[in-house]
Design a protein around this ligand. Structure first.
Ligand SMILES: Cc1ncc(COP(=O)(O)O)c(C=O)c1O
Length: 460
């Protein structure tokens, strides 16, 4: 623990104590010699050693808290909404809440939060237009587990299915294909990072003999683009999965995985774009809970059609429940946090936050362009893409995620205009230093953001 904290290098934070925290001092009850040579146990909390240890631990934690506060202040690069108050849930911290087994079948372990888990699942199922008796789902331990589950459901239903995913899909999609030894075809993308449906169609054409399991991104990791679900379905039809084979399309499982921004977009989609709905031939949907939805611990909501889940479930006597998840134990706190925030904000609250994010993202993009820095913002998205900064310290300070020549800021509800302006001012100042003697030029990012958005020497 201490080692990783010491890696955090922010200007105004006191360093952690020099010596490493020794866990054995806590694990083993220490023994001391009394004056007469007899040994006696130290009673925790009643002697100098444990008082010092307690003070030391308190100081380690206080410093760690301070570093977290500092690091949170400058966070811009990951799609995490860090603005929340879960004080009301502090009373539950003392419980080891674990949702083992199937959320819908109570297991032998009684300290669980299944009722909250099912409440959250119901909320999303309603939103995605699946009736209670038509869906199955659970709250996973992270976004990757959502992919692992959705793709496994696809493979169990179609053992010889081919997984199609755009090359801008999250790396865990390809990892899942490797783990499950599935044939996986990478589909090209447009500059926006949206799936290239013409390439998709031509690749489908070459493999019409096998079912297609398709990963659709509603918010790509780096550029925040939204794949056009309806166009993907249309291309399936054009490639031979026609209406008279509608059952085949339906059964050919569209595995639709949604990312952080998909939850944002999900709300936004209600305003403008075609919805993600199980009325369309979608097999599974997952949405991260620790990103826009602001659960403070990693998790995702995974929903699939009830008819598909039997293919991968097994009864487990020891649990007195059914195993249909990827992992065993599940964090039982996460569903309570999700339940709390969904109830507190409600649908309209999220909608308002989406609009604020979009406004602020546009503001950032416009300011970057005015400052002569090429930038791109997909519609509708709050991921602003711009050149990879030259300075590692600057990247680290703002937690920027970089890939090749580009970096991004994901504008979340906790990112205010003031914070964006601080970031911009610092970037403009730093850039002036990086490029002042002309030896270094701003990188060309046309291939990542399009010529029209690039402001390098060639495209200015
Ligand atoms: C689109 C997308 N999907 C999935 C993930 C993986 O989420 P996790 O890190 O929770 O496994 C990410 C993470 O950034 C992502 O951007």
């Amino acid at each position: 623990m201490v080692g990783s904290v010491e890696d955090v290098d922010t200007e105004n934070i006191e360093p952690l104590p020099e010596y490493n925290f020794d866990p054995t001092a806590v694990m083993n009850e220490p023994v001391v010699e009394e004056g007469n040579g007899n040994k006696r146990d130290i009673v925790v909390g009643r002697n100098v050693h444990s008082t010092c240890l307690a003070a030391h631990m308190a100081s380690v934690l206080a410093r760690y808290r301070k570093s977290l506060l500092e690091r949170t202040k400058h966070h811009l690069g990951y799609p995490y909404n860090l603005d929340f108050d879960y004080g009301a849930l502090a009373q539950l911290q003392h419980f080891s809440i674990n949702n083992l087994g199937d959320p819908f079948i109570e297991s032998n372990y009684g300290v669980h939060s299944r009722q909250f888990e099912v409440g959250v699942l119901d909320w999303f199922a309603r939103l995605w237009e699946l009736e209670k008796n038509e869906y199955w789902g659970y709250i996973t331990n992270c976004g990757t587990e959502g992919y692992l589950h959705g793709i496994l459901v696809g493979r169990e239903v179609f053992a010889d299915g081919i997984l199609y995913a755009s090359r801008e899909s999250h790396y865990s999609v390809f990892k899942a294909a490797r783990m499950y030894r599935m044939e996986c075809i990478k589909v090209e993308t447009l500059v926006s990072s949206e799936i290239d449906c013409e390439d998709f169609k031509s690749k489908l054409h070459c493999h019409r003999d096998k079912p297609a399991i398709i990963n659709v991104n509603i918010g790509t990791t780096v550029k925040g683009a939204v794949d056009d679900l309806d166009l993907v379905i249309q291309k399936l039809e054009e490639a031979g999965f026609t209406h008279d084979r509608l059952d085949t399309i339906y059964d050919n499982m569209l595995v639709c995985t949604k990312s952080f921004f998909s939850s944002v977009l999900f709300f936004f989609l209600f305003l403008v774009a075609p919805k993600v709905t199980f009325k369309k031939p979608i097999g599974s949907v997952s949405v991260s809970g620790h990103k826009f939805v602001e659960c403070p611990m990693p998790c995702s909501v995974q929903i699939t059609r009830l008819e598909h889940i039997n293919a991968l479930s097994r009864d487990v006597e020891y649990l007195a429940s059914r195993d249909a998840t990827i992992m065993g134990s599940r964090n039982g706190h996460a569903p309570i946090f999700l339940w709390y925030t969904l109830n507190q904000k409600g649908y309209r609250g999220f909608q308002k936050e989406v609009q604020k994010c979009l406004r602020n993202a546009h503001y950032l993009k416009d300011c970057l362009i005015s400052a002569g820095i090429g930038a791109m913002l997909n519609e509708p998205s709050s991921t602003v893409v711009f050149e990879h900064p030259q300075d590692e310290e600057f990247i680290r300070k703002w937690h920027l995620a970089c890939q090749g020549n580009i970096a991004h800021v994901v504008v979340m509800p906790n990112i205010t205009i003031d914070k964006l302006e601080d970031f911009l001012n610092e970037l403009v100042q730093k850039r002036a230093a990086w490029f002042q003697d002309g030896k270094l030029q701003p990188p060309c990012i046309a291939s990542d953001v399009g010529k029209e958005n690039c402001l390098c020497a060639l495209h200015r």
